[in-house]
Design a protein around this ligand. Structure first.
Ligand code: SF4
Length: 498
């Protein structure tokens, strides 16, 4: 048994604005429709209804939950769907229009077939939903309850918790075990994560998959920096990332030096504005906190990667220089013929991509600890579970690519999480906008500060990462449900929605 969650699950490419309230319910609806089809029951279905409980019922409309359910019932998947096909899929459902269940079976559907029951909390998880399929006489054909447990992950009631298909080569339950395993083998945390990934995929697939995640994150940053205007929803929040980008470019055009710290904030705003607009986003580890890791990684890519600081072993397209030997990623000694094919740009690009893979793998190992031993769900643990976890993952990832030791990485993650303990989730109007968007920019800068502090030390510190994860778990249990993505407390009740 291992706490490890694959990078390809923790960082899934989907849509905004919420992993638990949009992506998870969409996956649940896809699963429900696919099961009806798989059981040969699709042709008997005349109608489907959906009840959204607890936090899904309380803030579902602002998070696009019923839109995601309607899209999912039609067989549209978050990874591949055009985000425009989900936005307002339920809100603008024309009266009397049939729904194409699983993309094949026409059934009757009305907006009122989705009901909201915020006061009903199911024991399995605060984010619960029940889907019911009926035949033409109203008899129940199938009924399933799903829990959206954070980060886009779902669990169907009655199903055992999912276990990894293959045993992980490096099984660890907590940070202490992870560090001990790395010490024993003389490897980095990123390497430990890579070894676990290769139990499921080849080395080439892991590298290509991590590159795809980064490309989607970078595309989201760039889209957010380009798109201006007003975000959807009654708050009429103005997008700021593109405006700040324009200001920063103007400053540079006037001959002033670049301002990396200000770009860092703009990168985070860009992602979370794209998320709030329902655009293409990568969970990191959730949508609400999706801006922190891409912002910190982009900050490293753009301002630090070529600085020569913290590269560790020199990295080339073909391998890593270890002492005087150049070892390929498969362990073979690289030949002169291979080396002669490189040019400077190839090497710089490969260095950055290798760094990003190391960043993401380190973050995955750390994120796995939060997911297994506390929570990455705002509805379960408040915002400390979402933004706090993402900040710790980013701090650890940055420390790794700056050449930090495993203990400095653990220290950076601990610092980042320690100063998010107790952070509540209180989105105004149930929209993932206020305080979420700015909060990502602040957390990105906290992640950079945590990495800097850790890199200035020797890795020894007083509070362990395991202690802070356990504190986050306990604090989440003690936190009132008002502060767990219900919009019933905090800013959500003190800010007038107009
Ligand atoms: S306040 Fe935090 S946990 Fe809540 S929706 Fe916003 S980002 Fe997510």
């Amino acid at each position: 048994m291992s706490a490890y969650t694959s990078a390809f699950e923790l960082f899934s490419i989907g849509i905004g604005p919420s992993s638990s309230h949009t992506v998870g319910p969409m996956r649940a609806a896809v699963d429900f429709a696919a099961r009806l089809e798989g059981d040969g029951a699709l042709e008997k279905v005349a109608s489907v209804s959906c009840a959204l409980y607890g936090s899904l019922g309380a803030t579902g409309i602002g998070h696009g939950t019923p839109d995601a359910v309607v899209a999912g019932l039609q067989g549209l998947e978050p990874e591949s769907v055009d985000p425009d096909a989900v936005r307002r899929a339920w809100s603008d459902w024309p009266e009397g229009q049939p729904l194409l269940l699983a993309g094949r079976r026409e059934i009757a559907f009305a907006k009122s077939d989705v009901v909201f029951e915020p006061r009903t909390r199911l024991p399995g998880h605060p984010n619960a939903m029940t889907l019911v399929a009926r035949d033409g006489d109203g008899a129940v054909i199938a009924e399933d309850t799903y829990y959206s447990v954070g980060g886009g992950f779902i669990r169907r009631e009655g199903e055992p918790a999912r276990v990894a298909a293959e045993p992980m080569p490096l099984a660890f339950d907590d940070a202490a075990t992870l560090l001990a395993l790395c010490d024993e083998r003389g490897i980095t945390i990123a390497e430990a994560a890579r070894l676990n990934e290769t139990a499921l995929h080849s080395d080439e697939e892991v590298a290509a998959g991590l590159d795809r995640i980064w490309d989607a994150m970078a595309a989201c940053v760039n889209a957010g920096l380009a798109n201006d205007g007003v975000l959807p929803g009654m708050l009429k929040v103005k997008r700021r990332a593109a405006v700040i980008r324009g200001q920063l470019e103007e400053i540079q055009a006037e001959g002033h030096r670049e301002l990396p710290g200000e770009w860092l904030g703009a990168f985070a705003l860009a992602v979370n504005e794209e998320n709030a607009a329902g655009g293409r986003v990568v969970t990191a580890p959730t949508n609400g906190a999706a801006g922190i890791l891409p912002a910190v990684a982009m900050y490293w890519w753009r301002f630090l990667a070529d600085s020569g600081l913290g590269q560790g072993n020199a990295v080339t397209p073909y391998g890593e220089l270890v002492g005087s030997a150049l070892l390929g990623y498969d362990g073979h000694a690289v030949t002169r013929g291979e080396v002669s094919a490189w040019d400077d740009d190839d090497v710089a690009e490969a260095n950055r991509r290798r760094g990003i893979r190391r960043f993401l793998l380190t973050a995955t190992a750390l994120g796995s600890l939060f997911k297994a031993n506390a929570s990455i769900s705002g509805a379960e643990g408040g915002c400390q579970a979402e933004v706090g976890s993402a900040c710790a993952m980013a701090a650890g990832g940055l420390t790794a690519v700056m050449g930090g030791t495993n203990r400095q990485i653990e220290n950076a993650a601990e610092i980042a999480m320690e100063h998010h303990l107790g952070l509540t989730c209180d989105p105004v109007g149930g929209l993932v906008q206020i305080p979420c968007i700015e909060r990502n920019a602040i957390a990105a800068s906290t992640a950079v500060t945590a990495a800097r502090l850790a890199l200035r030390g020797d890795g020894s510190h007083y509070v362990s990462l395991d202690a802070v994860v356990e504190t986050m778990r306990q604090t989440g249990i003690d936190m009132s449900t008002k502060y767990k993505e219900t919009s019933e407390g905090g800013l959500a009740v003190n800010v007038i929605e107009c």
